[in-house]
Design a binder for this molecule. Structure first.
Ligand SMILES: [Zn+2]
Length: 271
């Protein structure tokens, strides 16, 4: 048995809890752990009194918190678009920036021109940075290939990552190519069995895939044994979040334009 002593401890206030964002901050605190399981938390004085024979790991000036779980990232890409933030602040629209060669297509271009090894290095560095901030699990998606061979390449790179923390992999069907979207959906369906990630995710929205296409892709993914995720209702509500009632979708993300009745649907669905 071991006691970890910390300057501050962040912990759940009323366990077991659900749908609660309440946390407690305890100063000069301690956590008691037996066989890898937390069995007690409280002030240092309390814990020391209740478990007098434990080994003590003193983290004097540090904060101790539950590991951070980052469930939605797009970490696998090359190039930077930080200049676009300033341009947007000066009034340029995203459409304008995209027309002048910025936006997502810029990331796609840089990513395509970067070697597998270099992309892997970039990804590992980003995961390392997240780890240093206390992240213990991170989800990472493909999505900046935008043609099937590139997307499968990104999935391969993603699966080869070596990390001290848990990395959950997602094959993201992001944006259809400007021409030949029907054909693209066919290619996606053919490629899905080879992605080899844990999740398949579709960007379902007015500028991306419609509900019908999304349903087809996710059904195929479920049949092939993938877990499902969804980018839904981000720019516009076109019915995407309704899919939680039909399909076993673990997570529906973004949801900036989800109508209130669909929030209730999502809550009921187990998504
Ligand atoms: Zn996203």
């Amino acid at each position: 048995m071991v006691i970890i002593r910390a300057k501050q401890l962040v912990t759940a206030l009323n366990m077991p809890w659900r749908y609660s964002d309440e946390v407690a901050v305890i100063n000069d605190a301690a956590v008691a752990i037996r066989d890898g399981v937390i069995i007690d938390v409280g002030t240092w004085e309390e814990i020391k009194r209740r478990h007098p024979h434990a080994d003590i790991w003193d983290f004097g000036d540090y904060l101790v918190t539950p590991g951070l779980v980052d469930p939605h990232t797009h970490l696998l890409f090359a190039g930077s678009r930080e200049d676009e933030l300033e341009r947007k602040l000066q009034g340029e629209s995203y459409e304008e920036i995209t027309r002048k060669g910025g936006g997502i297509y810029k990331t796609v271009k840089y990513t395509k021109e970067t070697s597998d090894q270099e992309l892997l290095n970039i990804l590992q560095k980003r995961i390392q940075l997240a780890t240093s901030f206390g992240t213990t699990t991170v989800e990472v998606k493909t999505g900046y290939g935008l043609d099937i061979d590139q997307e499968l390449r990104l999935a391969r790179i993603l699966k080869s990552v070596k990390s001290p923390i848990d990395v959950v992999t997602t094959f993201l069907v992001h944006i259809p190519p400007p021409a030949g979207r029907e054909n693209y959906v066919k290619e996606v369906l053919k490629a899905i069995p080879y992605a080899g990630t844990t999740y398949v995710d579709v960007f379902c929205d007015s500028i991306a895939f419609n509900v019908e296409e999304t349903r087809t892709i996710l059904k195929k993914a479920a049949e092939a044994g993938y877990k499902l995720r969804l980018h839904a209702d981000e720019l516009e509500y076109i019915g995407c979040s309704d899919l939680v009632e039909e399909l076993p979708i673990d997570s529906a993300d973004h949801l900036l334009n989800t109508p209130p009745e669909n929030v209730r649907k999502i809550a009921k669905s187990g998504t």
